[in-house]
Each structure stands twice: as structure tokens, then as C-alpha cells.
Write a protein that binds this ligand. Structure first.
Ligand SMILES: [Zn+2]
Length: 286
């Protein structure tokens, strides 16, 4: 496929610069020790939402389609993906983790205001940060603008001597939280923390119904704290047709740059979509 060639060459060249090499690294290790929130956060969010947010009397045409029932897992052979299939102007913004409350709030506000499709892969370990936005995110989820992927509950490296049972529990715990908080399954989408995976991990999550293992081919480089100029340069470099863009809701550098990101997307006539839209998967099937 000839169109791959220029992109691969561009990526290769970009790896020669230190900043971009860092950009292709997944989540930094600096938050792996963050304490999980106590208790079952999903139940708390549901209770809070029900108690404090009466259902608005929206006009019928403004009511988002009802969410489908959560489908059962469909175990199968895993497929690792990192870019859009075929030739397309679509991009997928994929935003992970969420250990900084201000940055998560900024991303939620950005999604709500811009209507740009985003796939979040939050860790339940940061449920105390995410749950407060559930009532804003759920309509966006229902409308299909926002999708949720599974990035494990604890964000531990899956290759760091972890037992299979521990990996399964980490993934399933996050799925339960996602279901109760956002009303959808994260299946079949799994993003390994740090991008750290192998055939064994892929097969293991495939048995749980995560048959799409998501990597990326572009990044804001913000798994560690970088400057606005660095982030903007990486955004300009990687926001290209077909990109699966990785970002993190962990550092607030992005907060002043949402307008720039929107401008790049508009200037380049890119079409942000969810993973479901980009790869033809469905929350109804899982
Ligand atoms: Zn991560």
C-alpha cells in the first residue's frame, strides 16, 4: 500500500528527534503509584447522578438515542491496531488515564463545546476525578461522540511479572466501573498501559472479549510534563489523515491549546471520529 510509505518515512524521521521519540512512548511511569480511589466508584457516581441531577425535559429531537443493553463478551483472536484502515481523512483522538482533575475537566469541557469525537481510556484508579463528570459525559456517550476504552483499573505494566489472574481482574474491574459510570461496554477496545504488551497479554485480553488492542501512531507527547510549544509542535507533526492520536489527561499543558488543536483539524480538513467509527466496531455488539 503505497500511501503508507510517506507516513512511515515521516515517522521514522521524527524518531530521530528526541522530543518525538519521547512522544511515541506511552504513559510515563510517574503516576503508576497513584492511590486507587476507595470503594466502588461506579455505584457512587450512579447514586450521585440520580440524586442531584433530575432528568431535563429535553425536546424529543434533542434526546440522544437510548444506550443498548451491555452485550456479552465475544472472546476471539486479538488484533493490534495503530492507525486508521485505508485512505481517509479521519483521525481518532484517544485520551488516556486522567489523574489530573483540572485536565480531565478541561477535556470534558472541550468535548462538550467542540462536539469533536474523542475516545477516552480512563483508569478506574482515578474514578474520583472522572465520576464527577459522568452526568456531562453520558449524553455525549449516548450521542456516539464519546467512546470509552479499557486501559485497566490500576495502570500497572502488564509485562512486569503479573499473574494472568491479576491482569484479568484489573481489566474486568475497570470494565465494571465503565459500565456503571458511562453506561456502555469498553469491549472490544483495550489499550495496554505504557503500550506494554506481547502475544500472551494480547491473547489473554482477547479471551475477555478485547479483540482490538489499541496502540497509536501519533502523540501529543504529554505523558510527561512538556511545554506548550513542544506539545503544539507534536500536534502539528502528527495530526495527519489516518492518525490514532494519543494524549493524556494528566498534565495541564493541553488546556491552553485546545483552540490550536481545533484549528489544525479544521485547516487540514481532518475528520475526528471514535474508534467505533474508524474501525467499524460497535458498543451494541462489544
Ligand atoms: Zn496510560
Amino acid at each position: 500500500m503505497s500511501w503508507h510509505q510517506p507516513l512511515d518515512r515521516r515517522l521514522l524521521l521524527s524518531l530521530l528527534s528526541i522530543g518525538a521519540a519521547q512522544a511515541l512512548i506511552g504513559c510515563a511511569n510517574d503516576h503508576s503509584t497513584a492511590s486507587p480511589a476507595p470503594g466502588t466508584a461506579g455505584a457512587t457516581a450512579t447514586t450521585t447522578t440520580a440524586a442531584t441531577t433530575p432528568a431535563p425535559l429535553a425536546a424529543p429531537e434533542a434526546t440522544p438515542p437510548a444506550l443498548p443493553p451491555i452485550p456479552p463478551p465475544h472472546p476471539g483472536p486479538p488484533k493490534v491496531v495503530s492507525r486508521a484502515p485505508g485512505q481517509t481523512r479521519r483521525i481518532a483522538l484517544t485520551i488516556d488515564d486522567g489523574y489530573d482533575a483540572q485536565t480531565v475537566a478541561g477535556y470534558v469541557e472541550f468535548a462538550q463545546r467542540s462536539k469533536i469525537a474523542i475516545t477516552f481510556s480512563p483508569n478506574g484508579a482515578y474514578s474520583a476525578v472522572w465520576n464527577r463528570h459522568a452526568d456531562v459525559l453520558r449524553p455525549l456517550v449516548e450521542a456516539g461522540q464519546v467512546q470509552i476504552g479499557n486501559h485497566t483499573w490500576s495502570h500497572k505494566d502488564l509485562l512486569a511479572h503479573r499473574a494472568d489472574a491479576a491482569i484479568r481482574a484489573d481489566v474486568e474491574r475497570n470494565e465494571q466501573w465503565i459500565q456503571s459510570t458511562f453506561g456502555i461496554t469498553s469491549r472490544p477496545w483495550f489499550r495496554p498501559p505504557y503500550g506494554s504488551h506481547n502475544h500472551h497479554v494480547d491473547a489473554l485480553v482477547g479471551e475477555l472479549g478485547y479483540t482490538k488492542v489499541l496502540l497509536w501512531n501519533g502523540s501529543f507527547g504529554d505523558s510527561t510534563l512538556i511545554t506548550p510549544a513542544q506539545l503544539l509542535a507534536l500536534a502539528s507533526q502528527y495530526l495527519q489523515p489516518g492518525t490514532v492520536m494519543l494524549g493524556h489527561a494528566n498534565h495541564n499543558t493541553i488546556l491552553g491549546l485546545f483552540a490550536n488543536v481545533e484549528q489544525l483539524i479544521a485547516e487540514r480538513q481532518l475528520e475526528p471520529v471514535t474508534l467505533d467509527t474508524m474501525f467499524g466496531t460497535s458498543r451494541a455488539i462489544g
